[in-house]
Design a binder for this molecule. Sequence first.
Ligand code: BG6
Length: 512
Amino acid sequence: MDVAAPGLAKATGRAPRPADPCTLVIFGAAGDLTKRLLLPALYNLAAAGLLSDAFTIVGVARADDSDNGFRGRMRAALQEFATDGVRPTTLDDLIGRCCYVRGDFDDPSTYQRLKDRLGEIARTSRTRDNCLFYLATPPGLFAPVARHLGEAGLAEARGGCWRRLIIEKPFGFDLASACALNKELLRSFSEKQIYRIDHYLGKETVQNIMVLRFANGMFEPIWNRHHIDHVQITVAETVSVENRGKLYDHTGALRDMVPNHLFQLLALTAMEPPGRFEAAAVRAEKLKAIEAIHPLTKEAIATDVVRGQYRAGHVNGKAVPAYRDADGVAPGSLTETYVAMRLVVDNWRWAGVPFYLRTGKALAARKTEIAIRFRSAPLALFRDMPVDNLAQNLLVLRIQPDEGAALHFNAKIPGPEIRIENVRMNFKYEDYFDAAPSTGYETLIYDCMIGDPMLFQRAVDIEAGWRVVDPILQAWRESDGRDLCLYEAGGDGPKAVEGLLAHTGQQWRPIA
Ligand code: BG6
């Protein structure tokens, strides 16, 4: 990156430059994503002085509305969803930059009206005709909207301007549909113009994984099979499917979380050091890590993958009905709300080091972490002392909610005898840094506006993720569902996951 992204600026003390002049065109401007996340993120960028003076927003949606009506709705949304209150001058300035184009997304005349409007903006403001098309729409509309943009000539960057497209997962439903979507998008936009968001990469603590590994001298020499016993990656959620039942029942935990968020965490943990801290090098190394995951055979899926679904229970004292009783969920549904697996990253660095992944809903606690368990020190020195075993060193990168990192190691208990206890050195972000209020989308939007694709995924990255999970989806499709383990809402997940590591003498880290 040639400039510090917003989040990094505070730590380095370097002030990032404002983003390029541009117009942000939001398709689905009346939707929840726009109101709850995009606008508050834009407000935070504006408040931090990171938007260009020539920044403009064009909302596109079906509702019959005017510029003024749209501004009123956006003002109300910001007042409700801003992350930390609003300053009237910043608010007025941002709202004054909004305008509206009404239209159906499948009607070519919508794109002609949009084109006229963008032409007028380019003539009357200093946006240099740069446009960022944000598809805050249901995923089924990604390909059609991109195609219409292409047909209207809006995807083409002429006369030195840039045109970019932002979309956020789901990118397809399996490998075949993801490839088909990529193919469709690439008809109108080039790979370089497409910014695919994985919101996990907007999290400061996720970005910090590379800094922890590569800006410190002490971790990298031991970050390999010679010193690491195994890695556990956990994304535990307390939320149940709530009112998303209909959508979720066609998705499930595997599609929803694994090829995207969990694989991003795995890639950042397993990747080789990139040659440079820039997009091409970083993305190439992450892709190699995903591609090194050993393909799962049918037999391996039966033993190394566990799927679960929550029964009724209590999460944080609140009653949660069984998944199958949630609105929109088919009776007798086999959709998994929990998945755990053992993966092998089959390369020189990681051969023989299992990566255990698990994610689920309606669990005892919200916790995203990467736990790296090191090999034991030899007991030899302490064999004749009251020491039964030496706990393995453990490094835990806490992604959320209690952001930080902890190193667990052995220390002598004071006293005349040599007795040993496992102790913990704990780093908490909040003790060192004042995190600016954030939606998690600020860095991502800013990076799009400055054209830094490091935190975004290419078609090949998406397809590599699906390639690993596709055989699991297929095995489940062919199964009668007897392998689906029910677990109580508010617990740690299905008991069967213990089997994934029991034979190694290891245990999962507790969720709560
Ligand atoms: C989304 C999934 O991508 O990530 C949701 O669709 C999930 O089901 C969410 O709850 C988790 O994100 P976070 O940032 O809360 O960990």
